[in-house]
Design a protein around this ligand. Structure first.
Ligand SMILES: Cc1cc2nc3c(=O)[nH]c(=O)nc-3n(C[C@H](O)[C@H](O)[C@H](O)COP(=O)(O)OP(=O)(O)OC[C@H]3O[C@@H](n4cnc5c(N)ncnc54)[C@H](O)[C@@H]3O)c2cc1C
Length: 448
């Protein structure tokens, strides 16, 4: 691939920052509920609270949609993130709830798009787990069996049956969900939030969260907010305050890239008839998806752990871009001459259990990490359930399934530099085996 003219961004390749960023908080305020963070999670929480008549204030450090909500791959998944085999081995009783949560989250976002009339290029074509070789195909069949056992749905087939490029052996298509432009989705939800009765302050970073005089007091450079209840919706940035539960999550940096527009006949030659986004079955996935602008967006393959807070605003480095471009050329040899037009990245939060988590610190501060790389739909759905909990006092069964009774979490394994290198090496070993097998098959098929 050509990577000489890549536009490196510290925001997103999907959309530009808004031209109408709202003023920051200037003075002191009192409210019933304060939401910190204006990603899909925080915005959906505040929107639901406002809709249900609560006096709600949302504080966002940059602008709503600044975080991973506008930067992700735009794939609405209806299957939990992480390795379902490991999850069902270690948390067999939690998995059915996670499966239900993931599927209902996808439905929630579809409804949000419809009811708010958000133009975000949504195509409900289901995400496909794609196998790059026979080992990954076996893994996909196992995952599909676990999914079925635990109440989920997925259709296993060859690449031809799933309508995905023949470079993949086959895979499993998820039953609900699809792909969209996440920048446009976040912007649409931001618009809905700004027109709601919620008070929204952008460029307002919360620097401290403390309890004082029976209230939770949020400090910002321009003033304070005193609230009866608070929702922490800061995703990967959550570790910034003393009040955040220890070991709630670790921040990981991942990247996305977009090709230049590709001629329709070259795209048609890929036999990607379903247009389903594909995620490979490596330990750390690669994902590839078509866009409404005639390009392919692809990403991840390598993750990097954030070490200190505040998390830096980063642009991808060239080496990472080179590696991911190399992977693209392997998966799509017919498009190996295409140029990469832009590259960006973002921070996600990974929990030590790989389960989505929501909970409460005492009875006034709610938090959730509904993510592990699949939060585009889960974060807003869980946010809206937290809003309902605040108003009704009772938990929906989907929230119950991920509820942490105490804010205490186990230590992390395999997320240090050595662990991440090992995982990466394992994935490249898989690629090596698949590469030699493909070459051997091609040689055997050649006429003698
Ligand atoms: C490269 C990439 C690809 C991904 N691909 C997918 C995908 O295809 N499908 C999928 O389901 N998920 C995907 N994800 C994950 C998904 O984007 C996230 O899980 C989801 O957007 C999380 O939403 P959120 O609202 O919790 O967090 P965010 O969108 O990160 O929002 C958090 C907000 O909090 C604000 N904030 C932080 N600190 C403060 C503070 N002190 N005061 C005030 N505000 C603060 C931030 O500015 C930010 O706007 C991907 C993520 C990345 C980075």
């Amino acid at each position: 691939m050509k990577i000489d003219n890549v536009e490196y961004s510290t925001f997103s390749g999907w959309i530009d920052p808004p031209a109408d960023v709202l003023p920051s908080l200037d003075g002191d305020l009192t409210c019933e509920v304060a939401v910190i963070g204006g990603g899909m999670g925080g915005m959906a929480t505040a929107l639901r609270l406002a809709e249900r008549g609560q006096d709600v204030v949302l504080l966002e450090a940059e602008f709503c949609g600044y975080g991973s909500s506008s930067r992700n791959g735009g794939q609405i998944a209806s299957v939990p993130g992480g390795d379902l085999r490991l999850l069902s081995l270690f948390y067999p009783r939690k998995v059915p709830g996670m499966v239900r949560l993931a599927e209902n989250s996808a439905g929630f976002v579809e409804d949000l798009i419809k009811t708010r009339d958000i133009d975000c290029d949504y195509e409900p074509n289901g995400l496909a787990f794609a196998a790059v070789g026979h080992g990954q195909m076996l893994r996909t069949r196992t995952l599909a069996a676990i999914l079925r056992r635990d109440g989920g749905r997925g259709h296993v087939g060859t690449s031809e049956e799933l309508g995905i490029p023949r470079t993949f052996v086959g895979g499993m298509r998820e039953a609900v969900g699809g792909m969209l432009n996440p920048g446009k989705l976040s912007r649409g939800v931001r618009r809905a939030l700004i027109s709601s009765p919620a008070q929204v302050f952008e460029r307002t970073k919360v620097t401290d969260v403390r309890r004082h005089g029976g209230k939770v007091v949020l400090s910002t450079p321009g003033g304070t907010v005193r609230a009866n209840k608070v929702v922490l919706a800061t995703n990967a940035y959550s570790g910034e305050w003393d009040i955040t539960p220890k070991r709630l999550s670790v921040p990981m940096w991942l990247i996305e890239m977009e090709t230049e527009p590709i001629a329709p006949e070259r795209l048609a030659a890929l036999d990607w008839s379903s247009r389903s986004g594909v995620i490979t079955q490596h330990q750390v996935m690669e994902h590839y998806r078509l866009t409404a602008r005639g390009t392919i967006v692809f990403g991840v393959r390598r993750v990097e752990r954030g070490k200190t807070y505040p998390l830096p605003a980063k642009a991808p480095d060239r080496k990472l871009v080179e590696e991911l471009a190399g992977a693209f050329a392997t998966r799509f040899p017919a498009l190996a001459d295409v140029a990469v037009e832009r590259a960006w990245g973002g921070w996600i939060a990974i929990t030590s259990s790989w389960l989505s988590i929501a909970g409460r610190i005492e009875d006034d501060i709610h938090y959730s990490i509904a993510c592990n790389g699949h939060g585009l739909a889960q974060a807003p759905y869980v946010g809206s359930l937290i809003a309902d909990l605040i108003v009704d006092g009772s938990r929906h069964e989907d929230l119950d399934g991920i509820w942490a009774e105490k804010p205490k979490f186990p230590p992390f394994t395999m997320v240090g530099p050595r662990g991440l290198r090992m995982v990466w090496a394992l994935d490249r070993f898989t690629d090596l085996i698949n590469g030699s097998r493909r070459r051997a098959l091609r040689a055997a098929a050649r006429p003698r």
